[in-house]
Design a protein around this ligand. Structure first.
Ligand SMILES: *Cc1c(COP(=O)(O)O)cnc(C)c1O
Length: 440
């Protein structure tokens, strides 16, 4: 599969203008006012770099597309939890969609108020539920009946009221990679509508529970508005049914999953808004959206240095200092990321190469059978559209140091996260006593 997660059927979307993340000036690529080559030299590689202008462009695009409704964007922290980005989202008035106590900690630390935080996830622990109750979050998105019972119990013990919405499973199958489809009946996510309705009815009589909204998340990297429209119709039916029984919800949450352009095809947000807004107008409901990838994916790149070029039989390998430990998506999902030289060199032959990392796994690659101008050792490559599910999935496998992250705004570069050190690798570990005492 050569394309983004999704493969060939993910073609209903239109060509959309990606945000102005990179621009070629002369022979060099720039992010905003800064040369990528200079950033790579200054901060070292592998290096993640994010453009705040590109992020803000996407936030504006969502707000324009949904201008007709009361919109709350709850950024999905799991796509990229860097505090610098989160703090900018806080300043722009965004909320957060979180899936763990760790993400709650990050969101609060970055200044996102509890009143704009939604807690999703199929397996929340009591400790996580309590932390989120203490943070007075906007709502828990409940995914099992047991979770709602536990939530009620914990809220009662604390003497507080727990706001919640049920994540329903509308049995919608969007055209996307099977690992990131989440809205089918057979998926572990969400609850069937009849079960959800039963839970709202039960909760309506419980003094420590507040039914506040309804949630659905159908998958990721979806470029067609149609499944969102179907999902919205499903949740609105439930909202109306509950309203007839006196259970009034404040919001409908359509989750995230809005596709970006890895290969020229992404979700057209204007079209999405045009499809959804008419269904909501006059309803008095707030629309919550939880974009992750769509806000940060195209805004970020991974810079890497070529360590060697090696021919083996008929194949040519470009070996880089970044691989699956920095960007897992190609080896995990077969995902496609554009790769280009940072500086255009003259007279290079365009070759079909595999771009591979230094990790001791055959599956360690950034691209396979890719046509690029053949680089030389020491030169830099840029892996594009790497701002989402990039650093957050980085690992220390092979005792590799996780890379630094830099945020760019205009002509300023801000080191948002330092590169790890060897000491970071062993933090919290203990060496066995070399002369253990014999057991008594
Ligand atoms: C992962 C996730 C998102 C964000 O998905 P993207 O594809 O990054 O937009 C939003 N909501 C929930 C519940 C999720 O699990």
């Amino acid at each position: 599969m050569s394309n983004a997660v999704g493969g060939t059927e993910a073609r209903q979307g239109g060509p959309v203008d990606p945000p102005p993340t990179l621009e070629r000036r002369g022979r060099e690529l720039f992010m905003e006012e800064l040369s990528l080559r200079e950033l790579a030299l200054r901060f070292g590689t592998p290096l993640y770099v994010y453009s705040l202008r590109a992020v803000e462009t996407k936030v504006r695009a969502f707000r324009q597309a949904f201008a007709g409704v009361d919109l709350l964007l709850a950024y999905s922290v799991k796509a990229n939890g860097n505090l610098a980005l989160l703090s900018r989202f806080a300043r722009l008035g965004l909320g957060a969609d979180i899936v763990s106590g760790g993400e709650l900690f990050r969101a609060l630390k970055a200044g996102i108020p509890g009143s704009k935080i939604f807690f999703a996830g199929v397996g929340k622990t009591d400790q996580e539920l309590e932390e989120a109750l203490d943070a007075r979050i906007r709502a828990f998105h409940v995914e099992t009946t047991a979770e709602l019972y536990r939530l009620e119990e914990l809220a009662r013990r604390k003497g507080v009221r727990a706001p919640f919405g049920v994540r329903i499973n509308p049995d919608i199958l969007p055209s996307t990679h099977e690992y990131i489809r989440t809205g089918q009946a057979q998926s572990k996510f969400g609850l069937a509508v009849p079960i959800a309705v039963g839970l709202y009815r039960w909760a309506a009589s419980r003094p420590h529970l507040v039914p506040r909204g309804i949630d659905v998340h159908i998958g990721s990297q979806i470029v067609d508005p149609a499944p969102y429209k179907r999902a919205l119709r499903s949740v609105l039916e439930v909202v109306r049914l509950l309203a007839k029984e006196g259970i009034r919800l404040e919001y409908v949450d359509l989750g995230g999953g809005f596709g970006i352009s890895y290969d020229g095809v992404g979700m057209d947000l204007g079209e999405l808004g045009a499809e959804l807004v008419p269904l909501l107008e006059g309803s008095g409901l707030t629309l919550v959206l939880e974009p992750g990838r769509a806000l940060v994916g195209e805004a970020g790149v991974l810079l890497t240095r070529v360590l060697a070029v090696k021919r083996a039989g008929s194949k040519t390998f470009v070996i880089t200092d970044a691989g699956m430990t920095e960007l897992l998506r190609p080896s995990h999902y077969g995902a496609y990321h554009p790769i280009r030289p940072v500086v255009e060199a003259e007279g290079r032959e365009v070759c079909t190469v595999d771009v591979v990392g230094p990790v001791c796994e055959t599956g360690d690659f950034l691209a396979r059978d890719r046509q690029i101008p053949l680089p030389r050792a020491g030169e830099f490559l840029v892996v594009e559209a790497a701002g989402a599910y990039g650093f957050v999935m980085a690992s220390n496998y092979n005792a590799r140091l996780r890379p630094a992250e830099v945020v760019v705004e205009g002509n300023q570069a801000f080191l948002a996260r330092e590169r790890e050190t060897y000491e970071d690798l062993v933090r919290g570990e203990r060496i066995l006593d070399p002369c253990p005492r014999p057991a008594p």
